[in-house]
Design a protein around this ligand. Sequence first.
Ligand code: HAM
Length: 414
Amino acid sequence: MASNEFQALQGMSDIHAPEIYLWHMIEERARQLFSCYGYEELRTPSLEKLSIFKRSIGDTTDVVQKEMYAFEDRGGRELALRPEGTAGTIRHLAGRGEEGQNARVFYISPMFRCERPQAGRKRQFHQVGVEDTGEPNPLADAECIALQQQLLEAWGLTGSKIQINSRGTKEDQKLISDNLRQLLDEHRGDLCDDCQRRMDENVLRVIDCKNEKCKAIAATLPEMRSFMTQESQDYLDTVIETLGQMGVEVEYDRNLVRGLDYYVHTVWEITHGALGAQNAIAGGGRYEIALGKKAIPGVGFAMGIERVITSLEACGVTAGQFAPKGGLWLVSLGDEALAANMQLARELRGKGLRCGMELAAKSMKAQMRKANRAGAEKVIIRGEDEIAKGTAIVKDMEDGSQEEMGLDDVLRIA
Ligand code: HAM
């Protein structure tokens, strides 16, 4: 049997203490801020019909073509583990009729992409995301980006950069694609294999290809926005101006396209210098997705929690800062005290206090060691004598002082 038979799958990690405390901080602060903006939580299933992703993300995208965990279930139904959260969210909102056309929802969920494993690329990763549905409105796009920036601040993350561009409307995109295809035709042979395929299927993606040769060719092309209607260009300008008025700094990136087909108008990405090649901590944009009778317009973003954590750690934010500490530790000298402490611990925990104890009357030294490790603020020591008198010795772990007091007083100061 292979030695890794019972290990977790490659690209999928167990998340445990102390790192889990960073996750809790990230999730709690996100929930708090989302509530200030009027977003409500949505939890959709991890598994959806494959057609939902094909239809919304796009048949020719890398996510759909190369990265999905797609399979047939026992009934021959084509399913896929969600590679992102927008498609499932819109599937849900489409089922809610008019209400779904004007909703604000957020999610904190695992996503799955069967990518080639490398630093920053997981096969199960987690996104904190929002979707705000409603007719295109540059102020909604600006507010969405501002929310994201405020979230980074709430997490204590500094040094990130927001890049923004526009893909225009669907009509603009057709015009942009036709023009690009014409202009790129003479360079076809110099493009990478992926881009040669993209020329026919998804020519916009040639513009943000990371291959050096493709980049050099893309740099010779006119800006995408030059093929858009004035209205679409004004839309992008309003988003950028509004953000400027709100004090949110963004950088216009003429080559930012994003890899999902549902986008129209504004697209953006947030990067952080602490990350390597996979330097995007977040991506977002305005979209239009048709999964019901009526297409749903909206705007949203998703931030990759694993990448946020790597960036936070590079900024000196550590999990230990958020680990629970303090509280009480009960030390039992003898079996009688042990039995009495079982009852006392139950009472203290019932009051919402963090309270630990050893479940065997071990030596005082061993029990104190445990109290120290748990970061207890105070230790309550009881033996036969204290039980008989109805008292306890309370030791302050910070200054080492100790005093004997009545049990009622112990409960009062706890
Ligand atoms: P995305 O750019 O594909 O956008 O993913 C958003 C973020 O998820 C990325 O910036 C990255 O931080 C994280 N991420 C993606 N793939 C991986 C991976 N393999 N390992 C670790 N982290 C990863 C979306 O998913 C869109 N649904 C965002 C959106 C919401 N647009 C509108 N609404």
